[in-house]
Design a binder for this molecule. Structure first.
Ligand code: FE2
Ligand code: FE2
Length: 152
């Protein structure tokens, strides 16, 4: 049995919240980190904000097309514990691991939307596949950073 439109809208609203939280935390960490080792990661995070914002806009468009409403600030639910700025502003590894967690969570959620819409809502499915591909690219980039920054 295909998922109801309400279920799809709810899953898209959750994805929208996750994107907005990711934007918030990439912004915070891109400003919070300091030091030579942090500089490149700060730039990568600042650059990724635009991509995640585009995801939120695309999700919002689809929510509208399906007749749903876009969550405003009071409806946003946040829980990205791993991506909070730390006391040690040079702890780049903490941020890299937090980013990997966020990207993995996003990939898992888009995968669930792809399954939810399979054989029924192809437009939403196509969007979820496209965004998931971006998130896999981000994950790969930060896995590379993890390798390099884990070296002593
Ligand atoms: Fe995203
Ligand atoms: Fe991402």
């Amino acid at each position: 049995m295909p998922a109801s439109k309400e279920q799809v809208i709810e899953a898209l609203r959750k994805a929208f919240c996750m994107e907005v939280e990711t934007i918030t935390n990439y912004l915070a960490n891109s400003l919070h980190l300091e030091g030579v080792r942090a500089e490149f990661i700060k730039q990568a995070l600042a650059a990724d904000i635009q991509g995640e914002l585009l995801h939120a806009q695309q999700l919002g468009n689809r929510i509208k097309q399906l007749g749903g409403t876009i969550p405003g600030s009071l409806e946003l639910k946040f829980d990205q514990k791993a991506l909070q700025p730390t006391e040690d502003t040079t702890d780049v590894l903490h941020t890299i691991k937090g980013v990997l967690q966020a990207e993995q969570d996003a990939i898992s959620h888009y995968r669930s939307i792809i399954k939810l819409t399979d054989g029924d809502d192809y437009v939403t499915q196509d969007l979820a596949i496209t965004i998931m591909s971006d998130e896999e690219g981000h994950r790969q980039q930060f896995e590379g950073f993890l390798k390099e920054y884990s070296k002593k």
